[in-house]
Design a protein around this ligand. Structure first.
Ligand code: GDD
Ligand code: MN
Length: 373
């Protein structure tokens, strides 16, 4: 252990915790730790890697660092995925009054940290954002597609939180721990946009400032920001808009259920053409099974992306999904039929009531048995 490390360990509780979410960043953790230690000379810091059980051994590499310098800590999460939720978990795992969140691939300029710390303290701010979109900042050499996606997401984000934040999508910022503790129950923890989540969870407008930095090239490995991240962003926005009344997963589940109708018809119709209407029962059964299966896989990759089933788990997941939805379909038909036959309601209302009961049943039961075993 270096003298500086021993000194800060024995004499000072950390003033600043740097939270670094990682997924497959084994090639970068050592360099990141070295850079942080250099730039924060004289500050009582701790560095917390929150790793989602990366297959490339990121957590092990980080633990090896921690054995040399106990200011470095590692949280290894198993069975969960998600950038925002990892950041939240890291932020809640420290006693430091100031928290920084920074990517693990060296794209964020760590030399900004001392200035962020000074500004947040001296100017009595609550959040300081490393910003690509204020004068002096930049995105480096991004593709045109990524630039326009980022601009679009930024604009939507600005409307959502109604503050003059130029870079609400930034993943690089410093915040007072008290802010997080005050709003932690309002955080959705969904997706990539932790900063946006914090701003919209806070009860009143936060005092903030943006400091420019230039987004660097990735040090090693590859980005995890893909199209599904866009979907998660939409989920988070939906959750923010409709509030806690309806779980956002239920909405996603229902949208996918609606798509299932098209899948169903896309199987049923050609089968009837080929086999004739004598094969209706067979065709309808096949179409139902195909639609259930496609719904299962869509829900597994989209609705339950953060607890995605893989390998043999997929088989059990699929079986429980099909079993649950079969019961749901029976309930749907039974209830609709009852309402209609008894003359309680017309065909449309009866059908919708059946669909609603079936959907809620399917959602509730698969949430417990398929994805949360
Ligand atoms: N624990 C954990 N779990 N970490 C994750 C996960 C996850 O599921 N997904 C990504 N990370 C980590 C990565 O290992 C990296 O350290 C950091 O989060 C950012 O992920 P990247 O995959 O490098 O994202 P990016 O560079 O494309 O996106 C960055 O820029 C965006 C702005 O355009 C991030 O800073 C985003 O937060 C930011 O919005
Ligand atoms: Mn990155």
């Amino acid at each position: 252990m270096t003298e500086a490390a021993a000194h800060s360990l024995n004499c000072h509780p950390p003033e600043l915790a740097i939270i670094v979410p990682t997924y497959n960043e084994a090639g970068s953790v050592e360099e990141l730790a070295r850079l942080v230690a250099t730039t924060l000379e004289g500050v009582a810091w701790e560095l917390i890697f929150v790793d989602d059980d990366s297959p490339d051994g990121t957590a092990e590499r980080a633990r090896a660092l921690s054995r040399q310098d106990p200011r470095i800590r590692v949280i290894r999460r198993v069975g969960r995925r998600g950038l925002s939720s990892a950041c939240i978990e890291g932020m809640l795992a420290t006693s430091a009054p100031y928290l920084a969140v920074m990517d693990g691939d060296l794209q964020h300029d760590e030399t900004l940290l001392p200035q962020m710390l000074r500004v947040i303290k001296e100017d009595d701010l609550e959040v300081v954002v490393g910003s690509r979109y204020v004068a002096g900042g930049g995105v480096g050499d991004w593709s045109a597609r990524r630039q326009s996606m980022s601009r679009l997401a930024t604009r939507i984000g600005q409307r959502l939180i109604r503050v003059e934040l130029q870079d609400p999508m930034s993943g690089f910022f410093m915040v007072r721990a008290s802010v997080i503790h005050a709003c932690v129950h309002q955080l959705t923890g969904v997706g990539f946009k932790i900063l946006l989540d914090i701003f919209s969870a806070a009860e009143r407008p936060l005092r903030f400032r943006e400091l420019p930095f230039t987004f660097r090239q990735r040090h090693a490995g590859s980005s995890k920001l893909d199209n599904a991240v866009l979907w998660e962003y939409l989920l988070m926005l939906t959750q923010k808009t409709i509030g806690p009344l309806i779980p956002v997963r239920f909405i996603a589940f229902s949208i996918i259920g609606g798509l299932g109708v098209f899948v169903h018809l896309a199987v049923l119709w050609p089968m009837l053409q080929w086999l004739g209407s004598g094969a209706f029962l067979l065709s309808q059964s096949a179409a139902t099974l195909v639609a259930m299966t496609s719904n299962f896989f869509l829900n597994n990759t989209l609705t339950y992306r953060d607890m995605r089933l893989r390998g043999v788990q997929l088989l059990w997941g699929w079986l429980s999904f099909v079993a649950t939805c079969s019961v749901g379909a029976l309930a749907n038909v039974g209830i609709a039929n009852y309402l209609f036959q008894e003359g309680h309601s017309g065909w449309l209302l009866s059908a919708l009531a059946g669909i609603l009961v079936g959907a809620v049943w399917n959602y509730a039961v698969t949430a417990v048995y398929t994805w949360r075993r």
